[in-house]
Design a protein around this ligand. Structure first.
Ligand code: ATP
Length: 585
């Protein structure tokens, strides 16, 4: 397929404000593609040349893109810079200059998607001395053969400014529509995606092997698994009523790791599926020492004092998330991993096995003392027992407990009642924090005018429609320093109008690409006609009462991993149940 077709699709995607149209356009695009092009399309749609966890960024700085444009068009760099100042987007600059040059140019090579993909891969992988030159020349070569429209994207892609707003679920829907004319294959496609986190691999497998290929899809060591997530209930009794006799585990407040060992390699992935291997050499050593040759397991890592048995506060654990000075922190805050699930062992995918069986294997695998031990667990069938286990966990500084259905398989990427969390709660405040996606921000007024920042418009994620629905405008919890930082970071991802997947009744001063997740606390969830989260036929949705920011922009979550509309609805119902039972008491 010619890249020209993809560039035209990009242009249409940019122009649409409807997710349905987006899906149809993408379905058409895939229809015309060969299987070995489908994966490339899937990556390029995200401005990538590999799945995100591979850590391969096309990355090339503005100055070098300017030089490539100058080289390809014959205009001096000064002129390119000037036009950039006027237009504010190097893609548009290249488009304009290639247009002007068009008449002068002679025969051009028609670029295929594969040509372009390979060139961007070459740019991404170039390293060491002379790599900048290779990057500039490779980009200039692409521009030399490009139409004005192609040039627009040739510059935006390596600068990370493609911003089409196409979510992974939308691509999965499009693949289903391509084959079936509707979205009925989304669950199968999603299952495969949750197991491998690689949209390109799913697209290619599906195009090559159809539905059969999806059915047989299994875990791939080295590819992070999208984590299984917990539902919530508000009391021990409700939990026992729901799943009966269950395994109750301590809920540790550290960070989740997906740990892979295969072919002599080891990789640690965060909850957001980022490769964290180099940050935790102490854990890598412990995994190396395991007898199992091939394994994927999950655990919560936290700073833990092995001698006193004390859990360190999250603020200390988080010190271990750093790119520099790792060796010193290994000594200062050694990590302990509480392993809580095993998904793959020596060539066998265990995700279909019941919890009970997986747990048995887990306990055998981590039976010794050391850096990795199994999470604390008790099989419990009575609410009073569960209550006592919970109280004990909380008194030792833990967050609460997670009850697990003994018969349930491991369902990647899903929030199910197979796991139910029970957390300690505070009076007058929601027990859970809420992760929201920033979709816009407000100019500062009054005392905040000097920061140019007055607050955020935020959304939760609607997994059914793959859209972001507003739930709160957040104006408190920001330090002065944060206000400046937020503005700077958000300015870099401003978009001229409401992104296609954002559903909002509010119009913030500036829209931004839904990219960053922040955590907020709130007093309660209320009903509101002003927000689109969970909006019913009468136009009433949910809002947060007194939302306040408690994190910065660097949360370890993707926008699609934010709290969902379904969770908010449940939290609202849970809140009603709690206040009713408090009324009775
Ligand atoms: P939270 O912010 O409450 O941790 P979350 O959205 O990250 O929520 P949930 O599915 O709601 O994830 O809660 C499960 C999380 O709890 C896991 O992602 C994991 O990081 C952590 N955790 C701690 N201890 C355990 C355990 N024993 N079993 C499973 N998960 C655990």
């Amino acid at each position: 397929m010619e890249f020209r077709k993809l560039a035209e699709a990009f242009e249409h995607l940019e122009g649409t404000s409807s997710r349905l149209q987006m899906t149809d356009m993408l379905a058409e695009l895939f229809k015309d593609a060969r299987p070995d092009e489908a994966d490339r399309i899937a990556y390029l749609l995200q401005g990538m040349v590999a799945p995100p966890f591979a850590g391969i960024e096309i990355g090339i700085g503005e100055k070098f893109v300017e030089q490539a444009v100058a080289l390809a068009t014959g205009y001096p760099v000064r002129e390119v810079e000037k036009l950039y100042r006027d237009l504010g987007d190097l893609g548009s600059v290249a488009e304009r200059l290639i247009e002007k040059k068009k008449q002068a140019s002679l025969v051009k090579k028609t670029l295929s998607i594969t040509d372009v993909f390979n060139s961007f891969r070459k740019i991404a992988l170039a390293g060491g001395a002379g790599s900048q030159n290779i990057k500039i020349r490779t980009l200039a070569e692409l521009l030399n053969n490009s139409s004005p429209l192609e040039a627009r994207y040739f510059c935006r892609i390596p600068l990370g400014r493609l911003r089409l707003g196409v979510g992974d679920p939308t691509v999965l829907d499009a693949l289903s529509v391509m084959k079936k004319g509707d979205k009925t294959l989304r669950p199968e496609l999603e299952r495969a995606y949750n197991l491998c986190s690689d949209l390109g691999l799913v697209a290619r497998t599906f195009m090559e092997k159809g539905e059969k290929g999806l059915e047989k899809f299994e875990l791939v060591p080295g590819n992070p698994v999208r984590p299984a997530l917990a539902e919530r209930l508000s009391s021990a009794r409700e939990i026992i009523d729901k799943i009966g006799k269950c395994a109750v585990e301590s809920k540790y407040d550290g960070f989740r790791l997906g740990i892979h060992k295969w072919d002599g390699k080891i990789r640690l992935f965060s909850r957001r599926l980022e490769d964290m291997t180099s940050m935790f050499p102490d854990i890598v050593d412990a995994v190396k020492a395991l007898k199992a040759k091939e394994i994927i397991f999950e655990g919560e890592a936290l700073a833990f004092n092995e001698t006193t048995g004390e859990y360190r506060p999250f603020q200390e654990t988080i010190q271990r998330k750093r790119k520099h000075g790792i060796a010193e922190k290994v000594v200062e805050f050694p990590l302990h991993v509480f392993a809580f699930d095993v998904l793959y062992l020596n060539g066998r995918d265990l995700t279909g096995k019941p919890y009970e069986e997986r747990r048995e294997m887990l306990e055998k695998l981590f039976s010794g003392a050391g850096v990795i031990t199994p999470s604390e667990m008790q099989v419990i069938s009575r609410p009073e027992k569960l209550e006592a286990f919970f109280d004990d966990a909380v008194s030792r500084g833990l967050e609460g407990v997670i009850a697990k259905d003994l018969r349930a398989p491991y369902v990647a990427g899903a929030r199910k009642f197979a796991w139910i969390k029970l957390k300690r709660s505070y009076r007058g405040e929601l027990a859970d924090t809420i992760d929201v996606v920033v979709v816009g921000y407000y100019k500062g007024r009054g005392s905040r005018a000097q920061f140019g920042f007055g607050g955020l418009l935020t959304c939760v994620y609607d997994g059914e429609t793959d859209e972001f629905k507003t739930i709160a405008r957040i104006g408190s919890g920001f330090s002065e320093q944060q206000m400046g930082e937020f503005r700077k970071t958000l300015d870099a991802i401003k978009v001229p109008r409401r992104p296609a997947r954002v559903d909002s009744l509010y119009e913030p001063d500036y829209w931004v690409e839904p990219k960053y997740v922040v955590t907020v606390k709130a007093d309660e969830i209320t009903k509101s006609p002003l927000h689109t989260c969970g909006r019913d036929a009468e136009g009433i949705g949910y809002a947060l009462r007194f939302p306040r920011l408690i994190s910065d922009l660097g949360r370890d979550k993707k926008p699609e991993d934010a709290t969902t509309v379904a969770e908010i609805r449940e939290m609202y119902n849970m809140q009603k149940r709690i206040s009713a039972s408090e009324g009775e008491a």
